[in-house]
Design a protein around this ligand. Structure first.
Ligand code: ATP
Ligand code: MG
Length: 327
C-alpha cells in the first residue's frame, strides 16, 4: 500500500518555485531518501507532507489522508526537524512527556511509551538529566524518540545527521534502520550526504531546484552511469586497447598512457583483463578501479557536484557575515 503520494506538489515563495511539481509514491515500509544540495526543496517538501506548510498547487496524501486534513495527518506521522527543537532546560523525560500531552496521550500510556522509546534509542540512563547536558548525538536520538512517542506509522527525518561526527552519524544510521526494520516505521529522510542516502535508503529521489531529477534504488542509480571503470597504466596502452575485444567490455578511453575500460562489474573484470594482458606479453604497471557513486549520478544530471553547491552556500554565508547581513 502507498504510504505517501504526491501529485504535482508545488510550493512557491513570492513566485519562486521551491518545490516544482513533484509527483512521487512512497510505499509502506520503505526507507526513502530525498537527496539534494542546499536549497533543493527537501525541507519544503516534507514540511508540506507534515502539514506545516500549505502547497501552492498540487496535492498529496499521507497514510491515505489528504494533507488538507491537517489534524488527521499529524496524528499518523512523526517529524524530526532539521533545526533542534528540544527544551534544553527540561530533562529528556520531560521533553517526551510534554510531547505525549500535546497528543492527548493518557498518563499511563505516556509513561509506558516513554520507557519504550527511551530504550529504543538507548537513553534510559540519561532520561532524568537536563537536555543541556546531552551531547549532539544524544539530543538527536531524543528527538527521534520524541517523534516516535505517539506510534506514528511514518517518520520524517529532516537531515538527521547534519554536522555530526562520523561515529555519531553511524549510531543514528543504526537507530534509523532498526526503526524501519523492527518497528516497521516507514521513514522518509532528507539529506545532502551521498553516503548517507546510499547506505541507508532503499530508494532515493535526487532533487535539484525543486524537481526530481532521478529516482531509483542506489544500486540502479549507480549502475545507470554505465558501469565501473578499470584504469590500467601500461607502456603498451595502444596494444592493450587492441587486444581487449571481449563483449563484456562496454567502452575504452586512452589518455596519457592510461587505458580506462568501462565494464559492468569491476571486481570480476580486473583479473580477466590482467590475464589477457599477460597472454599478449603486455606489462601492467598499476590498476585502479572506480565505481560510480551518487555524486557521479548528480553530476551526470546537473553538471555540478553536490559539494560545489555546498561550498558556494558557505561562501555566500561568509560574504553575508563580512557585509554584516543577517539572514
Ligand atoms: N519561508 C520561505 N520563504 C521564502 N523562501 C523560502 C522559504 N523557505 C524556503 N525557501 C526557499 O526555498 C528553497 C528551498 O528551501 P528548502 O529549505 O526546502 O531547501 P533544502 O533542500 O531543505 O535545503 P538545505 O539542504 O539547506 O536544508 C530555497 O531557495 C529557500 O531559500
Ligand atoms: Mg532543509
Amino acid at each position: 500500500m502507498a504510504a505517501i503520494e504526491l501529485v504535482n506538489l508545488t510550493k512557491k515563495f513570492n513566485g519562486f518555485a521551491a518545490v516544482d511539481g513533484i509527483t512521487l509514491t512512497i510505499q509502506e515500509g520503505e526507507l526513502f531518501g530525498l537527496l539534494g544540495p542546499n536549497g533543493a526543496g527537501k525541507t519544503t517538501t516534507i514540511s508540506m507532507l507534515a502539514t506545516m506548510l500549505k502547497p501552492t498547487t498540487g496535492s498529496a496524501t499521507v497514510n491515505g489522508v489528504s494533507i488538507a486534513q491537517e489534524d488527521a495527518v499529524r496524528k499518523s506521522i512523526g517529524i524530526v526537524f532539521q533545526d533542534p527543537s528540544l527544551d534544553d532546560e527540561l530533562t529528556g523525560e520531560e521533553n517526551l512527556d510534554f510531547h505525549g500531552r500535546l497528543y492527548h496521550m493518557p498518563k499511563t500510556v505516556r509513561e509506558q511509551r516513554m520507557q519504550e522509546v527511551l530504550r529504543l534509542v538507548e537513553l534510559e540512563d540519561k532520561a532524568r538529566q537536563q537536555v543541556k547536558t546531552y551531547s549532539g548525538g544524544m539530543k538527536r536520538r531524543l528527538e527521534i524518540a520524541r517523534g516516535l512517542m505517539h506510534r506514528p506509522k511514518i517518520l520524517f527525518l529532516d537531515e538527521p545527521t547534519l554536522g555530526m561526527d562520523p561515529q555519531t552519524r553511524r549510531s543514528i544510521w543504526e537507530y534509523t534502520q532498526k526503526l524501519n526494520k523492527q518497528e516497521k516505521v516507514t521513514i522518509v529522510l532528507t539529506t545532502h550526504y551521498m553516503e548517507e542516502a546510499d547506505y541507508l535508503c532503499g530508494r532515493i529521489a535526487i532533487i535539484d531546484k525543486g524537481k526530481i531529477i532521478a529516482l531509483d534504488t542506489p544500486a540502479n542509480l549507480k549502475n545507470s552511469m554505465g558501469g565501473d571503470i578499470v584504469m590500467l597504466e601500461t607502456p603498451d596502452a595502444e596494444k592493450l586497447k587492441g587486444v581487449l575485444t571481449p563483449a563484456w567490455i562496454k567502452g575504452m578511453k586512452l589518455l596519457d598512457g592510461t587505458l580506462s575500460v568501462t565494464v559492468s562489474n569491476g571486481e570480476t573484470a580486473v583479473p580477466k583483463i590482467l590475464d589477457i594482458a599477460r597472454l599478449h606479453g603486455i606489462a601492467i604497471r598499476a590498476v585502479s578501479l572506480k565505481k560510480p557513486n551518487l555524486e557521479d549520478v548528480f553530476i551526470h544530471y546537473t553538471g555540478r557536484t553536490i559539494r560545489e553547491e555546498e561550498a558556494s552556500a558557505v561562501d555566500t554565508m561568509r560574504l553575508r557575515m563580512k557585509m554584516g547581513w543577517r539572514r
